[in-house]
Design a protein around this ligand. Structure first.
Ligand code: G3P
Ligand code: MG
Length: 251
């Protein structure tokens, strides 16, 4: 794997990034969610990418379909042609009935039209780590809108991120963690990751300051309260992921 950090363009990330689109306002990981984030003033969004049974990358968070669609079972057990007609909006509100699971291709077209940057989170289903990294990275190499800054890749799966790095070393990477592990820096360096995306619940001031002092970008998820946002900015966080990007006022 190519882990040379100098190869990675420094993406200019805004201080607030819409989480799963704008998950507090519109169904997560949908095209209407991307449009909503843009409408609320977000310049970047985060979304999750998973593979269907035949390997189509789509925007989806859970291993299974039940919570956010009217489908049943694991997403990875279904083909795209069977998933594309599911209702991915009604669970959120009847106003979003008929909203679909988007393919990554469809999402990229919307990003291009809206001039919206993105953190693409690789969300491999069971046993699909490397394949998800490779296919998502390849799709981004082929179809990322040329007018946008490079996409930022992240994942909880170090295997997925390493595979994506092999395929597309030119895209910047971030390691995604819940609680920051003691060996965070070694893990980032092994992946050529220039940033750590850390869970808000477990982050301490000491750890945050250690990450920033070491020269890594720290971004925190999911921050929906203005007081919490102030605290994390104060600790040195560069960006916060929020379901309600309109609620967060950067310093
Ligand atoms: O990428 C930040 C955040 O989305 C990670 O957690 O579970 O919301 O994908 P999750
Ligand atoms: Mg995510």
């Amino acid at each position: 794997m190519n882990t040379d950090r100098r190869l990675q363009p420094a993406a200019e990330l805004p201080k607030v990034i819409g989480h799963r689109g704008a998950a507090g306002h519109a169904p997560e990981n949908t095209l209407v969610g991307l449009r909503k984030a843009h409408e609320l003033g977000a310049r970047w969004v985060e979304f999750d990418v998973m593979l269907t049974a035949e390997g189509t990358p789509v925007l989806f968070h859970d291993e299974t379909l039940e919570r956010t669609t009217n489908g049943v079972g694991r997403l990875a057990d279904h083909r795209w042609e069977d998933l594309r007609g599911l209702d991915a909006g009604s669970w959120f509100s009847p106003a979003f009935r008929g909203e679909r699971i988007p393919s990554l291709h469809q999402a990229l077209a919307v990003l291009g039209r809206l001039n919206l940057g993105a953190n693409v989170e690789l969300k491999p289903s069971r046993d699909q780590e490397a394949t998800t990294g490779v296919i998502a990275a390849k799709t981004l190499q082929e179809s990322w809108p040329a007018t946008l800054p490079a996409p930022l890749l992240s994942s909880f799966s170090e295997k997925a991120l390493a595979a994506a790095a092999d395929q597309a070393p030119e895209f910047p990477r971030a390691l995604l963690v819940g609680k920051v592990p003691g060996d965070w820096q070694a893990r980032c360096d092994a992946l050529g990751a220039t940033a750590l995306h850390a869970g808000a619940r477990h982050l301490t001031r000491k750890r945050a300051q250690e990450i920033v002092a070491a020269g890594y970008a720290l971004r925190v998820y999911t921050v929906n309260e203005p007081t919490a946002a102030r605290k994390f900015y104060d600790w040195g966080a560069e960006s916060l992921f929020s379901d309600f990007p309109d609620r967060i006022t950067p310093p």
